[in-house]
Design a protein around this ligand. Structure first.
Ligand code: GRF
Length: 206
């Protein structure tokens, strides 16, 4: 069944665009119902506009507490009745308990490193500066932790011959774009359950 998606992005939006491209190419059975952003000048907004996708701008400064802000996001998700929440360069940690509970195992994030190595910002630079030969991409379920939810998918990327962190980022980004759409597509065929730290894919019948 086609999966209804909300994308949350704070910046460039290349993963958002890649998912839209894979949907258009019929390799990803999803429909993006809304782009939600906390950044009114995010380039991702232009991508949504070009693709006639509704845009919701919700800024942290307009809410007294983080919980109230995340409740605001939950209300938007409910309004567009989405099955899946896709974080694509969303720069705030989702903390609201009601949001996390309502969308448990239905919020995913992409991180440009092989977690648990190099969590947080600038993961590609962290990996390059550390001198690792292999880094990669991790797609995981989101809980209240930073980049530490149960892992759905990982792909290794050889960065041993990259001359700088920028080149490593570009190489990793190409893999992100294909991998994220594939994982989104998997939600059209089933769902992930969590057993301890591990995820298991449950195919839906019919
Ligand atoms: C990507 O590298 C993603 O892994 C990380 O933030 C970056 C977002 O890039 N979470 P974009 O906005 O999708 O181009």
């Amino acid at each position: 069944m086609t999966v209804s998606v909300a994308v949350l992005a704070s910046g460039r939006g290349s993963n958002f665009k890649a998912i839209l491209d894979e949907i258009a190419a019929k390799r990803c059975d999803a429909s993006v119902k809304v782009l939600i952003t906390n950044n009114p000048s995010a380039p991702a907004i232009d991508i949504a506009r070009a693709n006639k996708i509704p845009i919701e701008i919700i800024e942290r400064k307009d809410f007294k507490t983080r919980d109230a802000f995340d409740d605001g996001i939950k209300k938007l998700l409910d309004r567009y009745s989405v099955d899946l929440v896709v974080l694509a360069g969303y720069m705030l940690i989702l903390k609201g308990q009601s949001l996390l509970a309502a969308y448990q195992n239905r919020i995913i994030n992409i991180h440009p490193a092989l977690l648990p190595a190099f969590p947080g910002v600038d993961a590609q630079r962290q990996a390059f500066d550390y001198g690792v030969k292999v880094s990669g991409v991790t797609i995981h379920l989101v809980d209240a932790s930073l980049d530490a939810g149960p892992i759905i998918h990982q792909e290794a990327v050889d960065i041993s011959d990259c001359k700088d962190a920028h080149e490593a980022s570009e190489r990793i980004l190409k893999v992100e774009h294909k991998a994220y759409a594939k994982v989104v597509d998997s939600f059209s065929k089933g769902r992930y359950i969590v057993e301890g730290r591990r995820t298991r894919f449950l195919k839906s019948r019919g």
